[in-house]
Design a protein around this ligand. Structure first.
Ligand SMILES: Nc1ncnc2c1ncn2[C@@H]1O[C@H](COP(=O)(O)OP(=O)(O)OP(=O)(O)O)[C@@H](O)[C@H]1O
Length: 245
């Protein structure tokens, strides 16, 4: 059996007396697209923060490709080969689109280099999200949708194998939504594993191979879209009534 790409075991996190993650086990297989869904406040972003070193678990372990991540800074977690996006758009407005991807390639924190090879790789990444024609535009001059694409290009432009995407489609519709939903299934061909937080259930259904349903920091169901979307009990939790469709 191949070892999991990511394994959370007995992870707990409280804020004051609020037990946001009361005890979480979660495993990701390599080259799968897994969606983390659940009602507002279920703890999805907190889980991203616990995995990526932005928060430290009170208890439990996070193991990435056989290596414990507990206590590592976000920068050092990144260097292990994992990268995330944030719910809100985070791009560097004062530098160009191309430079934003180059910064992402160099781990987003330290120095970065405009070598020919890096530039070519960054341009190929920009082409994936349709931004190659705007490579020399300052990021602040992009539309909201283009800035979302650029956030994606920045994580894709890194060598990270595990991508954690926090609501990559929020605020997008029509053709811009299609850019993201078309891209995500292709990431496994690029040797990437994806964990995605997503509220748009049509998107979840079309891209996720496995869905993890979270309520109050606990995994209450795991399965394919066909398995989970048929369950009225989950629809009741998600919508407070109605059907997940
Ligand atoms: N740093 C923090 N300090 C205190 N409480 C926090 C902190 N981070 C998260 N929480 C609380 O943890 C709970 C879960 O929040 P989280 O953002 O992880 O949920 P979510 O599932 O991502 O929600 P949404 O779908 O609305 O983005 C919420 O009650 C939130 O207020």
């Amino acid at each position: 059996m191949t070892s999991p790409m990511l394994e959370l075991t007995g992870v707990k996190k409280s804020f004051g007396g609020n037990h946001v993650i009361p005890g979480l086990d979660l495993t990701l297989k390599a080259h799968e697209v897994t969606a983390l869904i659940g009602p507002n406040g279920a703890g999805k972003t907190t889980i991203f923060n616990l995995i990526t070193g932005f928060l430290k678990p009170d208890e439990g372990t996070v193991v990435y490709k056989g290596q414990g991540l507990t206590g590592l800074t976000p920068e050092n977690v990144f260097r292990k080969g994992m990268v995330r996006t944030f719910q809100e758009v985070r791009v560097f407005g004062g530098i160009t689109v191309l430079e934003n991807v180059l910064v992402g390639r160099e781990h987003g924190f330290g120095s970065w280099r405009k070598t020919k090879e890096n530039k070519q790789a960054a341009m190929e990444t920009l082409a994936l999200v349709g931004l190659d024609g705007k490579a020399h535009t300052e990021a602040r001059d992009l539309s909201y949708a283009e800035q979302k694409f650029l956030s994606l290009a920045r994580v894709l432009g890194s060598d990270a194998e595990l991508l954690l995407l926090d609501e990559p489609t929020s605020g997008l519709d029509g053709r811009s939504l299609d850019v993201v939903t078309g891209l995500i299934p292709r990431l496994k061909e690029m040797n990437r594993t994806v964990l995605i937080i997503e509220h748009n259930l049509d998107v979840v259904r079309s891209i996720a191979e496995r869905i993890v349903f979270l309520e109050s920091g606990r995994v209450i169901a795991t399965g394919t879209g066909d398995e989970l979307f048929a369950r009225q009990d989950l629809a009741d939790i998600y919508f407070g009534g109605g059907t997940v469709q």
